[in-house]
Design a protein around this ligand. Structure first.
Ligand code: HEM
Ligand code: MYR
Length: 418
């Protein structure tokens, strides 16, 4: 057929090692060198299509062309995602499960989360005042663990916070790790799931009183399309799909603190401008810093796009980081410039730190609104409600290890609430 072209291809048996070496830049480097937003390679022993940019994102989120079944590698299911969660579903089953998540995302419920966060943050700052130094990343994980569990209706004692926040953290810290750190993540998932399965069972046996509008209550009583309750294991995986990512906002919070420190001009504007600038600043933090590198799907049925053949079943990766740094979408993508968001067109496919497309019919992140509101509240705390010093430390962050964060995990001292 004359309208079919071979896709640019990275030759060789397997390129998993190059992926491990280049990390966030693996796909962007090849999009650049092939001068193509799409190329074929081999990863984890399988043929894979990699693509990025706005057009590619639009294609990736077309439910007729791509599915999630069988897309996530086992190491991701065993740590970050869990088995049989919303991330792995397609079609009406996915939509029904996603509605369960999105029903928690009302304006009122998000506001309640922010009230809890402000209360926790303020009492923690008082404790920080008495400390020689504060490792922001570790401390914020603990704050968010308390807040996320309370918001989700999951009872947790103060003396469990340290170990549970480490376990939840390990789910996203271990996903790309090799060796013992990866196995810590798997153990953490087993422990956490066992704990939450117990709570789901207690709710169902009325041994634990649960508040109606919490994730624990809603997911324990959710009925699937056949009218059945979810397996307790699956309900637990989904409760973890609420608590874990709220705790993961600590990574964006670390980068927020880094941006305030590194860009004094932006800091001055945060101090003098209103909420609109804070929002632009947060959007730029989510665009600029590396976090979730890519998402994976599989070709649902054979099709041809822009002259390239997609065979059913082929693993396909969408470059989130590279799309947020795509020079055809963003002027000077390597520049931290919140003002770029003052006139932003708002496309669901060009700015995709938490996935693209639609929340209900697609896999776009269920917690994007929560993430933005949490980051707004934290900027207010950091800028207007506390003073702190940033001592000499290694604030460099890697574009290779995933998830990325400043090497020092952002240390502050001389903390004072104002
Ligand atoms: C999905 C990123 C916070 C809940 C996703 C996806 C990404 C993402 C990239 C996948 C999109 C796709 O598959 O196409 C992030 C980042 C966060 C964050 C960087 C910052 C910490 C949250 C929060 C929640 C949440 C706070 C819940 C309270 C979910 C759920 C899904 C998801 C349930 C699965 C959606 C689906 O498969 O339909 N997130 N997320 N995330 N996120 Fe987030
Ligand atoms: C969450 O907990 O869901 C939000 C943040 C987790 C980020 C972890 C990023 C590390 C690399 C993930 C590779 C995923 C491949 C499908």
């Amino acid at each position: 057929m004359s309208n079919v072209n071979p896709m640019p291809k990275e030759e060789g048996l397997d390129h998993t090692l190059s992926f491990a070496r280049e990390g966030y830049m693996y796909i962007p480097n090849r999009r650049h060198s092939f001068n193509s937003n799409i190329f074929e390679t081999r990863l984890l022993g399988k043929k894979a299509i990699c693509m990025g940019g706005k057009e590619a994102a639009e294609l990736f989120y077309d439910n007729e062309k791509f599915m999630r079944q069988g897309a996530a590698p086992n190491r991701v299911l065993q740590t970050l995602f869990g088995a049989k969660g919303v991330q792995t579903l397609d079609g009406t089953e996915h939509k029904h499960r996603k509605e369960m998540f999105m029903s928690l995302m009302s304006h009122e419920r998000i506001e309640q989360l922010i009230i809890l966060l402000r209360k926790e943050w303020e009492s923690t700052v008082t404790r920080w005042e008495g400390m020689n130094e504060v490792v922001l990343y570790e401390e914020v994980k603990e704050i968010l663990c308390r807040v996320a569990c309370e918001w989700a209706g999951v009872p947790i004692q103060e003396d469990e916070i340290k170990s549970r926040s480490k376990e939840f953290g390990s789910l996203f810290e271990s996903v790309a790790a090799i060796g013992p750190n990866h196995w810590l993540g798997r153990t953490a998932r087993n422990n956490i799931e066992k704990w939450i399965i117990g709570l789901v069972e207690e709710v169902r046996n009325q041994e634990l009183e649960s508040t109606e509008n919490t994730a624990l209550h809603q997911f324990s009583w959710h009925r699937d399309l056949e009218g059945n309750l979810l397996d307790a294991e699956v309900a637990a995986v989904e409760v973890v799909n609420i608590i874990r990512p709220i705790i993961a906002i600590s990574i964006f919070i670390n980068f927020t603190a880094l941006a305030i420190h590194q860009f004094p001009e932006a800091k001055a504007k945060l101090q003098s401008s209103g909420e609109k600038y804070t929002e632009m600043f947060i959007q730029e933090v989510r665009r600029f810093y590396p976090f979730f590198p890519l998402v994976a799907a599989r070709v649902k049925k054979d099709f041809i796009w822009n002259g390239y053949t997609f065979d059913a079943g082929t693993l396909t990766l969408l470059d989130l980081y590279g799309t947020n740094h795509d020079p055809t979408i963003w002027d000077n993508p390597g520049l931290f410039n919140p003002d770029r968001f003052s006139e932003w067109e708002g496309s669901p496919f060009s700015f995709i730190p938490q996935g693209g497309g639609d929340y209900l019919t697609g896999h776009r992140c269920a917690g994007e609104w929560i993430t933005v509101e949490v980051m707004k509240a934290v900027v207010d705390q950091l800028i207007n409600r506390m003073e702190y010093n940033v001592p000499e430390q290694d604030l460099s962050f890697s574009l290779v290890s995933m998830p990325s964060m400043p090497a020092s995990k952002f240390v502050i001292n001389h903390v004072k609430s104002t």
